[in-house]
Design a protein around this ligand. Structure first.
Ligand code: SF4
Length: 368
């Protein structure tokens, strides 16, 4: 364990848990009196730097993570927060790469580095509070009341962030406001013709370089995206149960839970799964969701990404998917319009004993 007593600055890679927990970390760390140095946003250089240190089979988000650590070291920041995230609930685990991140960094980067790696492992009884006390202890901060009030501050920023994100603010907008201590609730937006649920880890989706700006690309095509930020953890958990599935992976609420919530509520025209090539947990979760989407007749596309993914091919696949959704929706609306007309006709003709409208309705409903 590295104990830092003289420094009050901590580096944070803008990757992996940054995308789920940064609002809490920001509130907690700053209330403890620490200054946070963030790595720069992901660029091609970040990815290339990361790729040099790990074997090619490693998933893209971990390569990106390594690139962010290099970026912090290049900025002269040697004390870096790399939490040891094992199990988020009893027997609900993170994947082995996330669990091993501090060790991966220790073993692949041969430069001076102080890794601050408090552990959370609810299977082993190590709670989130233990994690926070362990973290504060690394900076010789042991006053219980002081740490408690910093934890409280962390939750305030975190809850505010989620409230804004759930109302429809983008990840970046909600984060900026939360950090500035503001609360902006998005007014109800104009209804877009199509909507999709995106099933993806926050660290893939909200990193604009990794996701190749998927959300903005969809917006330009007139498609509204729903993400894990729009669904509460409780609703995501209940939705997984409603599908008859059980939660195993720590990120299952974010992925299966989001897709399940929107599938069950019948609010979407399609599902987009975005995952990293070679990711074991995602391949299982995507398979599971694909099975249920097929059952419910909801179109789904799986976009697999790695460091070689080209923007042109990526856009072509999205456009083709959106075109298909438009055709499907048009057909459904036409059917609905015809059925409405037939209902009206049937009501008018009822007194005259004519029943042709009902007959046609059956024909239309069975036409693919
Ligand atoms: S869950 Fe998948 S994408 Fe995320 S770190 Fe693990 S292997 Fe990589």
């Amino acid at each position: 364990m590295d104990i830092i007593t003289d420094k009050r600055t901590i580096g944070m890679p803008r990757a992996i848990s940054y995308y789920s927990n940064y609002p809490f970390y920001y509130g907690f760390f700053t209330a403890l009196g620490l200054e946070i140095v963030l790595s720069d946003k992901t660029t091609s250089k970040t990815i290339n730097d990361g790729c040099k240190y790990v074997v090619s089979d490693t998933c893209l988000p971990v390569k990106v993570y390594v690139g962010h650590v290099i970026n912090l070291l290049d900025k002269g920041c040697e004390t870096i927060f790399i939490p040891s995230l094992q199990a988020s609930a009893y027997k609900i685990n993170n994947c082995s790469k996330i669990r091993g991140l501090p060790e991966i960094i220790r073993n692949v980067i041969n430069r001076p580095i102080n890794i601050i790696d408090p552990e959370i492992n609810k299977t082993e009884g190590i709670s989130f509070k233990d994690f926070c006390y362990d973290f504060a202890g690394r900076f010789d901060i042991t006053d219980k009341d002081f740490v408690e009030s910093a934890i409280q501050k962390g939750w305030e920023v975190y809850n505010n962030f989620h409230k804004m994100a759930k109302s429809g603010l983008s990840f970046d907008e909600a984060l900026k406001n939360a950090i500035e201590g503001k609360q902006v609730i998005k007014p109800v937006e104009v209804v877009r013709p199509l909507s999709v649920a995106i099933m993806a880890h926050g660290y893939n989706l909200f990193d604009e370089r990794i996701s190749l700006n998927l959300i903005k690309k969809l917006e330009k095509m007139g498609v509204k995206s729903y993400t894990a930020l729009n669904v509460s953890r409780e609703d995501a958990g209940k939705s997984i149960e409603a599908l008859g599935e059980i939660q195993y992976w720590a990120n299952e609420l974010e992925l299966t839970g989001t897709a399940a919530y929107y599938m069950n509520n019948n609010k979407i025209d399609g599902i987009i799964a975005l995952s990293a090539f070679g990711c074991g947990p995602d391949s299982l979760m995507v398979e599971e969701v694909q099975y249920h989407a097929k059952e419910k007749n909801i179109p789904m596309i799986h976009l697999n990404i790695d460091e070689h993914t080209g923007e042109a091919g990526f856009v072509t696949r999205i456009e083709a998917f959106v075109d298909m959704l438009i055709r499907k929706k048009r057909r459904t609306l036409q059917k609905e319009n015809i059925i409405n007309l037939l209902h009206t006709a049937a009501n008018k003709n009822k007194t005259a004993g004519v029943n042709t409208a009902e007959k046609h309705k059956e024909e239309i409903l069975t036409t693919k």
